[in-house]
Ligand binder design. Sequence first.
Ligand SMILES: [Zn+2]
Length: 258
Amino acid sequence: MDFHAEVIVLSQRDFREADALVTLFAREQGKQRAVARGLKKPSSSLRPCLQPFCHSRLHVRRGRELGLVTQGRALNFFPDLREDIEATAMAAYLMELVEKGLEEADPHPRLFDDLLQVLQHLECRAAAAPLLLRWFELRLAAETGYRPHLQECADCGTGRPGKHFSVSQGGLLCDRCAGAAAGTLSLDGESCALLLALGGARPDTVLRLRASARAQALLEEVLGRHLEYHLDRRFVFRQLLRSLRAPGAGSGRRPAAD
Ligand SMILES: [Zn+2]
């Protein structure tokens, strides 16, 4: 049976001679893998709509194991985002989160809409929004059943959460449980407040949040480790984003072509 799908392209890999294997996040069908025949040929009409993080509408023929993309149209190629190195790395990290975080054929239409919104914000504002990544990490955690405990202690379930985050317990601990726990990550008041604010935010309100570099770095560490632990995956673009921000690495828009 064939299906039409609104998708965000998560990745594209070489597959047989001129073909490619694409992993798609389809709004209604969830994560799907499909073959695109002849995609590596310059003449392929599918090339624009199957680039990573492109938002596209596709026609897919179901196969026994893999689908086959037969037609496609790009809805948004996010050209400005692709001009910015850091924004491109952020988008690649988002694709990695979804590809590694979701099971195949398990639909998450709200998460799809959220991902699309984050990409649209990255397209407009480029690299100015690392908090959008933190917000999406929280959304992915919630959709996969690992929403961190922030309102009550992640261990005893009753104590008022303090500033210690336990990755293995999956959230903030009260002071009594934190005293007995090993390997907790210490937050400060600002990063705790930011974590709570992100938990109840929408993408447009995330962009209005202000946070120090220290608070942002703390949340990046806590949420990245939370997802890696519970999803049991490693995210290589987390490391790349960090190295892009290292002193001397440089960032920002590529020089315009002549
Ligand atoms: Zn407790």
